[in-house]
Design a binder for this molecule. Structure first.
Ligand code: BES
Ligand code: ZN
Ligand code: ZN
Length: 463
């Protein structure tokens, strides 16, 4: 046996009691009813050594309930409560939404912070037996853990998270979650003639990587794999087409968010043992100016032989993704979904409340992905992929140019990517929702992991 841990110091214990409409009968019922009349949905009863929060869940909407979970998480943190027990008379789905909001809101990127300045979060959460089933809880914990991993990677600056480090992180996760991985190094990428990745990497002192992750369980229901592709620009200075420091470069460590989501989703799928064959591809590099950097006007030859006139080195994401999308052809995939912090244009068009989606997959698949978007509140807005938009990526001296015109930048970037696909494909531009400058409920400041819960939900319901 283990003796209980005996130590000095006061531990604050809290009970959170969720109810709908009618509070449970207790000595506090009258005070709770009185508070409800005043339209207060959280009633805090404070005794000498314990706190009880009565939480009126005034809704069936999972997103509002996640937000309520995030609110309670903030209260628990502010009061430095270390042990929480959750009691509820709600349905399992709503209980899970509350816990999901609570857990995701506890996140803080604290690796570089001293103990004293870290956010206080509970180290134990106890659930009533009837709160949810063991398997549903386990699944939620794996998904939340995957979101946390994606957030950590996005929040890591490039002086830690180089392309090689990112591949190492994927390798560590592959071992703990249970999927396989192969990492192409610079020599292999050169031998493969992945001209887009190599061009973007030219200005960087650190070599590129190309990570190929695979989860292929014996009970996979899909005979053709689903391939996920993520942009892995570990830092985007713009290259020689340098971004202005003020505002637009500050947060560009987030430019590998698509790649982070792909790695984290492989982790979630493997941990929860979904019966699906899934492949994840992440081309990764920095985009920097230097004496050797690729230069506006350069004509480069991509992995599939397409030539591209580089008119702006800041439109680098599409160059590395194009090589990965062309590489994906060999798998004869049922579906390819790429995620990328690709354009300021997508961010300007719809902001941080949704990702821009476009692609050639059939309507039914698009609908399913959009439905997962609404369910997880990682919503998608579809943009057109009409051929009219192809005009602006034509070049007089090469097959394509990499900037498109002054208008519809998110779409012309999509048209550029489409050129390298030959299978049902969807492109998600997550430029705005991938990274927040201030916390919004359970979406904490910095990397959000936007796309992990969306794709996990889509894959879980696949077919
Ligand atoms: N990484 C940026 C896009 C971006 C912008 C991500 C804001 C997150 C927040 C991308 O590489 C880029 O610079 N795109 C250019 C393309 C243009 C030069 C054609 C853009 O959108 O301005
Ligand atoms: Zn760029
Ligand atoms: Zn970029």
């Amino acid at each position: 046996m283990n003796f209980p841990k005996v130590s000095f110091g006061h531990v604050t214990v809290a009970r959170i009691i969720l109810f709908q409409k009618k509070p449970p009968v207790s000595e506090f019922t009258d005070s709770v009813l009185f508070a409800l009349e005043r339209k207060e949905n959280v009633v805090h009863i404070r005794l000498a050594d314990s706190d009880t929060f009565y939480v009126n869940i005034d809704s069936e909407n999972p997103e509002l309930i996640r937000k309520s979970g995030a609110d309670l998480s903030a209260l628990v943190s502010a009061k430095k409560i270390k042990k929480v027990s959750l009691v509820s008379s709600l349905d399992e789905e709503l209980n899970i939404a509350f816990l999901e909001g609570m857990l995701l809101a506890t996140y803080e990127f604290d690796r570089y912070k001293s103990e004293a300045s870290r956010k206080s979060i509970p180290d134990e959460i106890h659930l009533d037996k009837s709160y949810c089933s063991q398997s549903v809880l386990q699944e939620l914990l794996h998904v939340c853990e995957s979101v946390k991993i994606a957030r950590d990677w996005v929040n890591e600056p490039v002086n830690f998270l180089t392309a090689e480090k990112l591949a190492e992180e994927f390798t560590k996760l592959s071992a703990s979650a249970g999927f396989s991985i192969e990492v192409f190094d610079k020599t292999k990428i050169e031998n493969m003639k992945m001209g887009g990745i190599l061009a973007v990497n030219l200005g960087s002192p650190n070599p590129p990587t190309f990570s190929i992750m695979e989860y292929k369980p014996a009970n996979a229901v899909n005979s053709k794999p689903i391939v996920l592709v993520g942009k892995g620009v570990v830092y985007d200075t713009g290259g020689l087409s340098l971004k202005p420091t003020e505002g637009s470069m500050d947060f560009m460590k987030c430019d590998m968010a698509g790649g982070a989501v792909v790695g984290a989703v492989l982790g979630a799928v493997a941990l929860n043992k979904l019966p699906l064959h899934i492949i994840g591809l992440v081309p990764a590099t920095e985009n920097r100016p230097s004496g050797n950097a690729f230069t506006p006007g350069d004509i480069i030859t991509m992995f599939d032989g397409t030539t591209v006139e580089v008119l702006n080195t800041d439109a680098e994401g599409r160059l590395i993704l194009a090589d990965a999308l062309a590489f994906a052809r060999q798998y004869n995939p049922a579906l390819v979904i790429d995620l990328a912090t690709l354009t300021g244009s997508a961010a300007r068009a719809i902001g941080k409340n949704a990702a821009v989606m476009m692609g050639t997959a059939d309507e039914a698949t698009k609908e399913k992905l959009k439905t997962s978007g609404f369910k997880t509140f990682e919503r998608l807005v579809e943009f057109p992929l009409w051929d009219d938009y192809k005009e602006s990526i034509k070049s007089d001296i090469a097959d394509l140019n990499n900037i498109g015109g002054p208008e519809a930048g998110a779409i012309t970037a999509g048209k550029f990517l489409e050129h390298f696909t030959s299978y049902p494909w969807l492109h998600l531009d997550i430029a705005a929702p991938a990274f927040l400058k201030a916390q919004e409920a359970y979406r904490t400041k910095g990397g959000t992991g936007y796309g992990v819960r969306l794709l996990y939900n889509f894959l879980k319901n696949y077919r």
